[in-house]
Ligand binder design. Structure first.
Ligand SMILES: *Cc1c(COP(=O)(O)O)cnc(C)c1O
Length: 400
């Protein structure tokens, strides 16, 4: 069932988020149906055979596809401007499938060093076990990208803004370099969200999301999605996904589908609050440094304003040392201590002792993850209440 892309082209993402991909049953339900089913019954033996030999492209088994999951895939593909999408059980299932499905022993990949911990495990530990050569580079240094390319480079992987220090990698420039050797560019767009950054329009080939983050947006379900050309999704990714079992559950797809309806309005509200909070924190005498892509003092501010349009919903701040950072976190009353992000609830994380705890000190310092570094994911609470909570906790963070 190919999408009618000609109709979608005239609509803004905000409209597509509400309507794209909806496939109503004979009942004409208003809200998308939750098809909580593993399998499908066929009218006849011949009908079953036709489903399996591809003469009829209807559903066969939920590991291959499900009507609710398909609605989610079509909706996010429409708003991302991708030809097709495949939903996965989690963001990591999406990263793993997007990389592994296109690689074999003897291939080479290049990745930016500043990656989400589990993404780093896949590129640095897992893929080399299967004979894939890997180069990690400083994503901000285009010369390092250039020098790392080889004739056998099959794919390039990056995250921008990066976690947790919010570096902005020039996706268009890296894509041009990678395409020079025929490599595919895979972008983990989680921090940017589909609202603020369009990697495909910048030249990337494949986009992945952890739908667990802003797409759900209320901390309920795990999910992920891989987006790209129809050829990549159907010929490269789908066989791998079908037979390795990382499919998204219909229930989670239904939650994500409803999450997409409000994603635009949520992400914009969260980014507006984040900008205000970043400015307040930057002016505070107890804060050593604020990293926010929407502020003119961000090292890649120019590119961030072009590529990301806003500063996004995430802020990093440095309080100098771990004791102060912990006292600050423990004094917060509204902001919750957790490791998720993109939630309606504002979350604070100390990366050094949680999300990036697995790295050694040298790796952490190379990524700018010092003992006083904190990551804030701004939620949907009133910005005034959040600012009051953060400034009170800063005052309380001072050693007595
Ligand atoms: C959370 C996250 C992932 C992994 O997603 P899960 O849904 O937790 O598996 C991948 N990349 C980035 C940047 C993330 O923040």
């Amino acid at each position: 069932m190919p999408r009618d892309e000609s109709r979608e082209r005239d609509l803004s993402p905000r409209t597509l988020m509400v309507h794209a991909g909806a496939a109503r049953s004979q009942h004409g339900e208003m809200s998308e149906a939750l098809y909580l089913t593993q399998g499908f019954a066929y009218d006849s033996a011949e009908a079953a055979a036709a489903r399996f030999n591809g003469a009829d492209d209807g559903f066969v088994y939920a590991r291959y596809g499900n009507p609710t999951v398909r609605m989610f895939e079509e909706r996010i593909a429409a708003l991302e401007g991708a030809e097709d999408a495949f939903a996965t059980a989690s963001g990591m299932a999406a990263v793993n499938a997007a990389m592994t499905s296109q690689l074999k022993a003897g291939d080479h990949i290049v990745a930016a060093r500043a990656l989400f911990g589990s993404c780093l495990y896949i590129v640095e530990t897992l893929l080399p076990r299967f004979g894939v050569a890997v180069n990690l580079v400083d994503g901000l240094d285009l010369d390092q990208w250039r020098r790392a390319m080889r004739p056998e480079t099959v794919a390039v992987f990056l995250e921008s803004p990066s976690n947790p220090t919010l570096e902005i990698i020039d996706i268009a420039a890296v894509s041009e370099i990678a395409h020079g050797v025929g490599a595919r560019v895979v972008v983990d767009n989680v921090f940017a969200t589909p609202v603020f950054q369009r990697p495909l329009a910048l030249g990337a080939d494949v986009v992945i999301y952890s739908a667990t983050k802003h797409i759900d947006g209320q901390g309920r379900c795990l999910g992920g999605v891989v987006l790209g050309t129809r050829r990549f999704i159907r010929d490269v990714l789908e066989p791998y996904m079908k037979h390795t079992g990382g499919a998204m559950s219909p229930f989670n797809a239904w939650v994500m589908l409803k999450g997409l309806e409000t994603l635009d309005i949520r992400a914009r509200a969260q980014a507006l609050s984040a900008a205000e909070i970043a400015d307040t924190l930057a002016d505070h005498p107890l804060v050593r440094r604020v990293i926010y892509p929407g502020r003119a003092d961000h090292p890649q501010f120019e590119m961030a304003s072009r590529q990301l349009q806003t500063g996004g919903t995430m802020i990093a701040l440095d309080l100098g040392d771990q004791e102060t950072a912990f006292r600050f976190m423990n004094a917060l009353r509204i902001v919750l201590i957790s490791n998720n992000l993109g939630d309606a609830k504002t979350i604070i994380t100390h990366p050094r002792t949680t999300t990036h705890q697995r790295l050694n000190e040298e790796q952490r310092l190379a990524l700018g993850i010092g003992p006083g570094l904190l990551r804030l994911s701004i939620g949907l609470e009133s910005a005034d209440d959040l600012i009051a909570d953060l400034t009170n906790a800063l005052a309380e963070s001072q050693a007595r």
